[in-house]
Write a protein that binds this ligand. Structure first.
Ligand code: ADP
Ligand code: MG
Length: 260
């Protein structure tokens, strides 16, 4: 153990949780059409860590992300961002928390076609009436390699470039946590690798916290930790994953699924 100088708090980039689910359940519908999308899930996402969430289609990956990001209500249990329990927040506070503390990257890039790249990047802050930290913005733009493209509209950019705009938009506000749902799902493997490299760098170099849903073992290998979901439950976890290691675990689940 290293000795910390007196008075130095060790929480910032150590094991502090950026987000945490405790016995979180999410049920859709009622009676015969009822679906238990999440079944008492407990999981922690640490600060400055890059977590990938994997699992078969319908296992609850998107639901978990939406519940943790305050985009969907939960049926029981707890969902926290930092110290804030989402279930206690009224609509207005929840909207504020999403705006101020959470960044989103979706599979569809969700850029506004009439705004140029820079305007898209700063849009959430403009809506919030916050001024972008110029030095930070410059760093983000340089990191995602968009410096020469800021005046371009989305339809003048490639898919990979558009997703990099979406990544920059998520990073620009320095959110406590970024949730990404299949962020490379619409990209060819080279653009995907670029975007994943940027995400990983933002964790390593800027201390960003990222939770990313993916079905791709190669994408997952960019993360620090993979959490596996099946039928709304967490069934396994892998640290410092390699693509082969992830693939291996996935095969094991498939085999289990067939025999049970
Ligand atoms: N809005 C909804 N209404 C009803 N059922 C839903 C809704 N969203 C998701 N589900 C169901 O919840 C389960 C988990 O879905 P989802 O989280 O989208 O899975 P994944 O992202 O892992 O593919 C699935 O059975 C899905 O059909
Ligand atoms: Mg999904």
């Amino acid at each position: 153990m290293t000795t910390m100088p007196l008075g130095v708090k060790t929480t910032a980039h150590s094991a502090a949780a950026a987000a945490r689910a405790t016995d979180l359940s999410k049920v859709y519908g009622e009676g015969e059409t009822q679906v238990i999308a999440l079944d008492s899930v407990s999981v922690e996402f640490r600060q400055a860590e890059f977590t990938a969430i994997m699992g078969p289609s319908g296992s609850g990956k998107s639901t978990l992300m939406h519940c943790m990001a305050g985009l969907d209500t939960i049926s029981s249990g707890s969902a926290r961002i930092g110290d804030v329990e989402l279930t206690t927040l009224k609509d207005k506070k929840l909207t504020q928390l999403r705006r101020d503390k959470i960044g989103f990257i979706f599979q569809a890039f969700n850029l506004l076609p009439t705004l140029n790249a820079l305007e898209n990047i700063t849009l959430p802050m403009d809506i919030a009436g916050r001024k972008a930290d110029q030095a930070w913005l410059d760093q983000v733009v340089a990191t995602v390699g968009l410096a020469g493209r800021l005046k371009h509209r989305p339809n003048q950019l490639s898919g990979g470039q558009q997703q990099r705009v979406a990544v920059a938009r998520a990073l620009a506000g320095q959110p406590e946590i970024i949730f990404a749902d299949e962020p490379t799902g619409n990209l060819d493997s080279r653009s995907g690798a670029e975007v994943l490299g940027f995400l990983r760098n933002s964790v390593r170099e800027m201390g960003q916290t990222i939770v990313m849903v993916t079905h791709d073992p190669v994408a997952a290998s960019y993360s620090d930790r993979v959490v596996f979901l099946a039928d709304g439950r967490i069934v396994d976890e892998l640290r410092n994953p390699t693509a082969d290691g992830v693939l291996d675990r996935m095969k094991r689940f498939d085999a289990k699924g067939r025999t049970s």
